[in-house]
Write a protein that binds this ligand. Structure first.
Ligand code: NIG
Ligand code: FE
Length: 392
């Protein structure tokens, strides 16, 4: 028989439940609430006074409970460290996509066990801060074997795997970018597609131009992968419009946007995923979330965790920066880190606390979700349930 557990006396419950959200209550917030979980699912939410009888009971003591964070953009399969590159940047050296090759060399040299150990450690680190769904990309192998290996390792730990063979042109193809695109859209895709759900491309000066990006995304689509795009991170470019045109699940970074880019994001289904850790760690200008939200775009917040431009697994950190620097209210930032991430991954089972959703829950040592931004840098996570199991 399935065991039922009620979490009661939740001072402030963020549901993102579409049947409870409204202009006045964008997070579907319920006060003095309870949540009942059975197996891996939420089966009931409502007032504590009305909670049905259950096998077990956990008293939240008036604290806030929210959906586990959905980190829809990370690069977690890698080896090596680029701390010195970060330090040099903080003393004035600019960020360039070229640093990716440093990690490529270290990743190729690492054993499967090292890569998996690093991945597991980062996922556990994220979970301790409330993250219950993580996407991760390849992109630090850049050979057929190393890209397929990265995705095979990643697929053992998350269903949200993204083929990013088109991260930068592999060093072996430095004089032949067209040859590298042929590899990425041919044999490398064949080897990677069985382990990937998504296809991504770094569409940026110094990486891949619009035509190359289109070729990569079209090839991925033909193999059943859904596009998402690294777009407009370092400058204006065609990435966002291409993402929307191809029906990508998300356009990620969105730091340099024209009015046409904003209009396209507001009118299409493509989620604008903002990655403040990258601007923080490259000392760059933050994306203007306010402009996107006011236009009506769906916004997600994610870590972009990677050893070069954003070595953080912390969604609370991203929320705090988004509120302080990007024009988001705490409500908007928390929604983007939960519901927005789920939309960016086209998931309806996560990012909400509602009957039928996966029981991914994050209890914080605070009376309100506002504290995630109000108390920056403070580890507020008190408990994390993932698919109904207490994991932290
Ligand atoms: O999303 N933009 C491209 N890729 C990563 C950076 C990777 C690196 O510097 O190692 C990003 O920021
Ligand atoms: Fe990225």
């Amino acid at each position: 028989m399935t065991v039922s557990t009620a979490i009661t006396d939740i001072g402030s419950l963020i549901t993102n439940d579409p049947s409870l959200t409204s202009a006045d209550n964008p997070l579907g917030l319920v006060r003095d609430a309870a949540v009942v979980i059975e197996g891996d699912r939420v089966v009931w939410t409502g007032a504590t006074s009305k909670a049905p009888p259950t096998d077990n009971r956990v008293d939240a003591g008036g604290r806030a409970l929210l959906p586990g964070f959905v980190d829809s953009h990370a690069h977690l399969v890698f080896a090596g460290d680029r701390g010195p590159e970060f330090a040099a940047r903080m003393s004035g050296r600019p960020y360039s996509a070229g640093g990716i090759r440093t990690t490529v060399a270290a990743t190729r040299a690492a054993s499967d066990a090292e890569l998996d150990g690093n991945l597991a450690r980062l996922i556990a680190e994220a979970r301790r801060q409330g993250t219950t769904t993580v996407e991760t990309k390849s992109g630090y192998g850049l050979t057929v074997e190393d890209e397929a290996r990265a995705l095979r390792i990643a697929a053992e730990r998350t269903p949200e795997t993204t083929y990013l063979g088109a991260h930068v042109v592999a060093p072996e193809y430095a004089g032949d970018p067209a040859g590298y695109v042929d590899l990425v859209t041919g044999p490398m895709l064949d080897a990677c597609a069985p382990y990937a759900r998504w296809v991504d491309v770094f569409c940026e000066r110094g990486a891949f131009d619009g035509d190359q990006a289109r070729a990569v995304l079209d090839a991925g689509r033909a193999r059943g992968l859904t596009p998402r795009v690294h777009a407009n991170q370092l400058g204006h470019g065609p990435g966002v419009l291409l993402a929307v045109e191809l029906g990508a699940a998300s356009a990620d970074h969105c730091t340099y946007l024209t009015d046409a880019d904003v209009d396209a994001l507001a009118s299409g289904d493509t989620v604008a995923t903002l990655l403040p850790g990258a601007e923080f760690s490259t000392r760059a200008t933050y994306p203007d979330a306010r402009r996107l939200l006011d236009a009506g775009a769906t916004v997600a917040l994610s870590t972009d965790c990677n050893p070069g431009s954003s070595f953080t697994t912390s969604m609370p950190f991203c929320i705090a920066v988004a509120v302080r620097e990007m024009g988001m209210s705490p409500d908007e930032a928390v929604r983007a880190a939960t519901y927005g991430g789920a939309r960016a991954l086209r998931r309806t089972d996560v990012g909400t606390v509602a009957p039928g959703s996966r029981a991914d829950l994050h209890l914080i040592d605070a009376p309100s979700h506002i504290h995630l931004a109000y108390r920056p840098g403070v580890p507020l996570t008190a408990a994390v349930w993932q698919a109904g199991a207490l994991v932290s």
